[in-house]
Design a binder for this molecule. Structure first.
Ligand code: UD1
Ligand code: CA
Length: 468
């Protein structure tokens, strides 16, 4: 592939994307499977190791440029002040690369499913044919909206936009995908001769094909398969369709590498998620961001993980985890909410109905029922009784709690931070612990019970023996 390495990749992302009907998000920043459309395109382009990676921006340029800097700091944004067409956009990009020679690859910013391997194949075809233009085409069952590829004697003669096509041309199913490899010098020459003499009054990049052909230059084509890899996303119906296709592609990759996905239709795994062999994902689960799940762990049903690490053989059932670390063999859920900074050691337990934030739970410790743990460090082999609350907030500031090893916190204990419970200590059920409990001690922080003999007979004589 080194031979075919492009001198420049130009990604077109200046259009408004009116068909998305969004007041907040430019088209190319819409998300699918953990990345923006532009992020997917730029990442495929980056795999080709171009000398220059240029993204043409226009509408919402600040937003798009900032996003680009975050996803690929080495890519360069070039501003197209007015969206005068795809050909104009490429011209604006090449104006910033004077004297460029070699191959220029043009990609639309709204084709998030394009695999780098297909782009590599296009570049190989282009190099072997010594072509001026090589276009990536696809056979669409419904070619509505796409530019049609017109062939004469088998070779490509022109691309005609849907809005400019007559009925005979509209019946053609081979379409231009907006992905092209060009010889840089021949491209610059043709861009200088584009007109706006068409239905949309724009400078069409597609017209370069006809110009090169009429100039007697070689125009080659590479047919992409499956065609859906090249789909352009113009509205939210197409976005959902693209997301579904990408979801299937991601899940198939994991399944072939040894992951059991019980119900692919209700399972969503972002593109950067790492899953080791023998992981099982049950229905209704969503794994986002930089989540990693180690071998033989079980996730779901109905579990959402964002940027969360799950250790080998751990189980996370019906839970919601953000920026958490779950140790090997740990047992989480059902109905556990792990928030950023929750770190669970090996063979720990958290849940049912437990929330943990910015706290570490030492190996083999348990928080089994209905508790809140915030800003705490818990040692090893300790047990936190049901309905315990780590009272970390005094209304103004947050404070920390330390619980040692082998501690038994009684049910319904309030640990009012800052406070610590020493190794091997106990707290009595129902205690409000406001002072440190020394190692090995029993902390009792509640009023002593007293029984008032005969109280009911004296005070509620009518109630005796009646159901409430
Ligand atoms: C384009 C192609 C069509 C092809 C289809 C594939 C042209 C004229 N048409 O049509 O042949 O079948 O893609 O999906 O090229 N853009 C700019 N500046 C502009 C205009 C557009 O940067 O002045 C960008 C858009 O943001 C978008 C891309 O170019 O990312 C394609 O533009 P779009 O309006 O979506 O073109 P289509 O109508 O889909
Ligand atoms: Ca498009």
């Amino acid at each position: 592939m080194t031979d075919a390495r492009p001198a420049a990749v130009v990604v077109l992302a200046a259009g408004e994307g009116t068909r998305m009907r969004s007041a907040t998000t430019p088209k190319v920043l819409h998300e699918l499977c953990g990345r923006s459309m532009l992020g997917h395109v730029v990442s495929a382009a980056r795999e080709l190791q171009p000398e220059h990676l240029v993204v043409v921006v226009g509408h919402a340029r600040e937003q798009v440029t900032a996003h680009l800097a975050a996803v690929d700091p080495d890519a360069r944004a070039v501003v197209q002040e007015q969206q005068l067409g795809t050909g104009h956009a490429v011209r604006v990009a090449l104006d910033t690369l004077p004297g460029l020679s070699g191959t220029v690859l043009v990609l639309p910013g709204d084709a998030p499913l394009l695999p780098a391997s297909t782009l590599g194949d296009l570049l190989t075809t282009h190099a072997l044919a010594s072509a001026a233009t090589t276009l990536l085409t696809a056979e669409m069952s419904d070619p509505t909206g796409y530019g049609r590829v017109v062939r004469t004697g088998g070779s490509v003669a022109a691309v005609v936009e849907h809005k400019d096509a007559d009925d005979a041309t509209l019946s053609l199913r081979e379409v231009a995908t907006s992905v092209y490899a060009f010889d840089a010098e021949q491209l610059v020459a043709a861009l200088g001769r584009l007109t706006t003499d068409n239905a949309q009054g724009e400078e069409y990049l597609t017209d370069v094909v006809g110009l090169h052909r009429r100039a007697g230059l070689t125009v080659a084509a590479h047919l992409a398969e499956p065609a859906t890899d090249t789909m352009g996303v113009n509205d939210r119906v197409q976005l959902a369709r693209a997301r579904e296709l990408l979801r299937d592609r991601i899940l198939e990759r994991h399944q072939r590498a040894g992951v059991t996905v019980v119900d692919p239709h209700t399972t969503w795994v972002d593109v950067d998620v790492v899953l080791e062999p023998d992981v099982t994902i049950h229905p209704g689960s969503q794994l986002h961001g930089s989540t990693r799940v180690a071998a033989a762990a079980v996730v779901g049903p109905d579990t959402t993980l964002h940027d969360t690490e799950v250790g080998t053989q751990a189980r996370v059932v019906r839970s919601h985890c953000l920026g958490a670390v779950v140790g090997a063999g740990a047992d989480v859920g059902p109905y556990t909410y792990l928030r950023p900074g929750a770190r669970l050691g090996v063979q720990t337990k958290a849940g049912a109905f437990v929330e943990i934030k910015a706290s570490s739970i030492g190996d083999r410790s348990k928080v089994p029922h209905l508790s809140y743990v915030g800003d705490a460090v818990i040692g090893e082999r300790s047990n936190i009784g049901a309905a315990t609350v780590f009272v970390n907030y005094d209304g103004v500031d947050k404070h920390e709690t330390t619980v040692g090893d082998d501690v038994r916190v009684g049910s319904d204990t309030m640990l009012v931070a800052p406070v610590s419970v020493g190794d091997g200590a106990y707290t009595a059920a129902g205690s409000v612990i406001t002072e440190d409990v020394p190692p090995g001690a029993l902390g009792v922080g509640r009023s002593r019970q007293r029984n008032i003999e005969g109280w009911v007979a004296r005070k509620r004589p009518a109630d005796q023996g009646k159901q409430p």
